[in-house]
Design a binder for this molecule. Structure first.
Ligand SMILES: [Zn+2]
Length: 178
């Protein structure tokens, strides 16, 4: 049995953010229930947030093909509302992550499972599920991309964010810039 399972359903607000210096930032995903002013916070890896944003893009594109009338365009968001809110008191660090779609309710769920510690029992890992509307998850994905890129300096040649390990600049015919 999992230590605990938590469904935020419905979700009043969901966001992701990073705290710390570029290179050592810690990423969080944070959701609020309508009934509880305290957020539920989970630590995730940057790569997980990246793949979440990508997964959401793919899922929304697929859903838009099936139900064009429900297409959600890129949305405006207020950065002040998307920033992480104290207290940052994470329940756990995410291991497995999944995305699912409930067609009956037209809701997309983000499933986050607690990372399994050494000698830990995967069966006991806690799980949190954030149930999002298309609009909420579109906003989360768009904002997450901004958060991911925020910690990186921009290339003076092409204006794209540079990775710490180097940058393949399209303005320099792909030569690696150190
Ligand atoms: Zn460049």
């Amino acid at each position: 049995m999992p230590r605990f399972e938590l469904d935020l359903n419905p979700l009043q607000h969901i966001t992701a953010d990073a705290i710390g210096q570029p290179g050592t930032r810690v990423f969080y995903i944070q959701g609020w229930r309508a009934t509880d002013p305290a957020p539920v916070t989970i630590i995730i890896e940057k790569i997980q947030l990246q793949s979440l944003a990508l997964g959401v893009d793919q899922m929304l594109a697929e859903l838009a093909k099936q139900k064009p009338e429900l297409t959600v365009p890129a949305v405006e968001y207020d950065p002040d509302k998307m920033r992480i809110t104290p207290p940052v008191d994470p329940l756990f660090r995410a291991g497995e992550m999944g995305l699912g779609y409930d067609a009956d309710r037209d809701m997309i769920v983000i499933m986050l499972r607690e990372v399994v510690m050494e000698n830990g029992d995967p069966e006991e890992s806690a799980e949190v599920r954030f149930w999002c509307t298309r609009l909420q998850i579109r906003r989360l994905a768009d904002w997450s991309k901004e958060v991911i890129n925020r910690g990186r300096p921009l290339c003076p040649q092409c204006g794209q964010p540079m990775e710490p390990e180097g940058h393949f600049c399209p303005k320099k015919n792909g030569h690696k810039k150190q």
